[in-house]
Ligand binder design. Sequence first.
Ligand SMILES: NC(=O)c1ccc[n+]([C@@H]2O[C@H](COP(=O)([O-])OP(=O)(O)OC[C@H]3O[C@@H](n4cnc5c(N)ncnc54)[C@H](O)[C@@H]3O)[C@@H](O)[C@H]2O)c1
Length: 301
Amino acid sequence: MRKISIIGLGNVGATVAHTIVERSLCDTLFLFDKKEGLAEAEVSDLSDGLVNRSGHINIIAGNLENLDESDIIVFAPGDITILQKNNDRLLEFKYTKTCAEEWGKKIKESNFKGIIVSITNPCDVIADYLQKLTGLPKERVIGTGTILDSARMKNSLARKLNIDPNSVDGYVIAEHGNSQFVAWSQVSIATKPIYEILDRETCKKIEEETKIRAFETIKAKGYTSYGIANSTALVIEAIFQDSKTILPVSSYSENDGCYIGHPALVGRDGILSDFELVLDEEEREKWKKSVETIINTLPIK
Ligand SMILES: NC(=O)c1ccc[n+]([C@@H]2O[C@H](COP(=O)([O-])OP(=O)(O)OC[C@H]3O[C@@H](n4cnc5c(N)ncnc54)[C@H](O)[C@@H]3O)[C@@H](O)[C@H]2O)c1
């Protein structure tokens, strides 16, 4: 029996729940939100979408005991109105710090032995803080990191080159925030380095576009949800299928002393190993700055 709890049922949590149900990623789904009646309402709406079709999932408004039996907790509480007014995810931390503290304590007091997949922003800081608050092994707390940013970069590049985004190889790495960057030195199309296809100026423009696209989307529709739901589903699939997929999640980097977005091997036991990308000098400098940004925000170093 595959059991998932989702904490926080706003635009993101509800879309993740819908994606999990549509892709049959678990057998039982427990839903939690601080807003009274919201979990029950989502149970009702999601269950209505399951009638007259194949597949069955138990969808339940959760209570704290359900954490014990969960294999995965998806952590998605927050307050998106903060990012509707600011282009910096770090500013959401004043609020999301309290969410991490509330749920970190509840998870620590529970018998939860599974894996946390954390979405809440600032993603790297929250994943790091949750790991410390829960005392779970580092490999069992995973942030969605730069999976979504990498998808955005692949989409921008694919549009420019008129190819399928899945045919772009490469990563956005570091903070899921303003200090993130594209590791251009390692981006390739059918093994051809991107700088042999596009000039650096064009790549720079694509990088900027990638970075601001989230905020443009938030400005227009108030939030983003489908991209992050797919990113989260990829991590859940890698865990349940023990697929040992390499994803640019936020995981603990021993070299840097914090959670940060970089490629890691994900399987049934969480993070199985991580990879240090070969970076050029300018990229190494950007990485260092991003590490500093994350560490400076951490409440517990
Ligand atoms: N990592 C990523 O790539 C990524 C992408 C998109 C959004 N996000 C982040 O995901 C989070 C959720 O975004 P959203 O658009 O759903 O926000 P939202 O404001 O629409 O919803 C947040 C939900 O969390 C609930 N909540 C707040 N505090 C809670 C608590 N202490 N316990 C339980 N529930 C609580 C609220 O009632 C609300 O339903 C935000 O932090 C956002 O910045 C991350």
